[in-house]
Design a binder for this molecule. Structure first.
Ligand code: ZN
Length: 319
């Protein structure tokens, strides 16, 4: 019997996705439910169990060796718990224990969603072949993760690389996290849109005030829209440069909805980077768009499960 698959769960505030994934990152089976994010914790867990139930019902399930979970954060991998900001019913919720029970006792690896995306980009995407990388998701929020010395570096609790909440503006606007001038407070999609509107940018006839609409206006040359993306690009450049100076990454990969803005973001970002990444050992730093699509969370969770198997004591691999 082949025991070459892992189960992956990607848990966010909007949807809960599950998959069976092979050792090459191919998805063989999928399941998905909407996240009942405003319900109580047991109801949310019921949706997770429904996804897991679809996977365990498959004839392929007998080949599954481990489970990887990428969850909206904060997570606490050491405790096996999650407290996603957008799922108030889960605070210190024992997700690892519950998923282990639902999967018949398989080993479970938990990481934050930013770390999961990083695992996916390092395994199959834009950070492939880079031993030291920062991968970021820039969308409604700003998250990220690190690859150091050729390996995913989730940190003790699974949240390392959370670049969205490092400050790049000491006296800047108050961030919901409690600090000031966080990267997320300047560079997230909603903040790009907010700043454009405050500067007098007018949405088109469809009334779309999303960051994607601001990006479209910037491409048409609207100066306020361009300026809002340039401000976001500088915040990202400062955060990326700080990370590179600390731990010597040589590439930063940017995905998420804002990452899809293309040249409107990447041109000012690449221009601003040398203003902050000044020391000799970070001058080769490059910034690239993410390559993994919407399956990045699942593929990254699968990578974490496979990594967990590699790290397991030899006895744990005998099967
Ligand atoms: Zn913050």
């Amino acid at each position: 019997m082949h025991t070459d698959l892992v189960a992956a769960l990607d848990i966010g505030g909007t949807k809960i996705a599950g998959a069976l994934v092979d050792g090459h990152g191919r998805i063989l089976l999928r399941a998905q439910r909407a996240t009942p994010a405003q319900e109580d914790g047991e109801t949310v867990m019921g949706a997770v169990e429904a996804v897991v139930g679809e996977l365990t019902a498959s004839p392929l399930w007998s080949r599954a060796q481990a489970v990887g979970i990428g969850s909206a954060g904060p997570v606490d991998a050491s405790a096996g718990t999650v407290s996603p900001v957008n799922v108030p019913g889960w605070r210190g919720y024992p997700l690892v224990e519950r998923v282990r029970a639902a999967t018949g006792g398989l080993p479970v690896e938990l990481i934050g969603d930013g770390v999961a995306i990083t695992a996916a980009e390092h395994w199959q995407g834009a950070a492939r072949g880079h031993d030291n990388a920062l991968c970021m998701v820039v969308s409604t929020g700003v998250g990220g993760g690190l690859v150091l010395g050729g390996r995913l570096y989730p940190g003790p609790t699974g949240n390392a690389g959370h670049i969205g909440h490092i400050s790049v503006d000491l006296d800047g606007d108050l961030c919901p996290c409690g600090a000031r001038g966080c990267v997320e407070r300047i560079a997230s999609g909603p903040n790009i849109a907010r700043r454009a509107l405050e500067g007098g940018w007018q949405p088109g006839p469809d009334g779309d005030t999303s960051a994607a609409a601001v990006a479209a206006a910037a491409r048409e040359g609207d100066p306020v829209a361009v300026a809002s993306f340039e401000r976001a690009a500088r915040a990202l450049a400062a955060g990326i440069a700080a990370t590179a100076t600390l731990v010597e990454i040589d590439i930063a990969v940017i995905g998420g909805g804002v990452g899809k803005a293309g040249d409107v973001l990447f041109t000012p970002l690449r221009k601003a980077l040398p203003d902050y990444a000044t020391l000799s050992f970070v001058q080769g730093l490059t910034v690239e768009p993410a390559q993994m699509g919407t399956d990045a969370g699942l593929v990254g969770a699968a990578a974490a499960a496979l990594r967990g198997r590699e790290d397991a004591p030899a006895a744990g691999l005998a099967s």
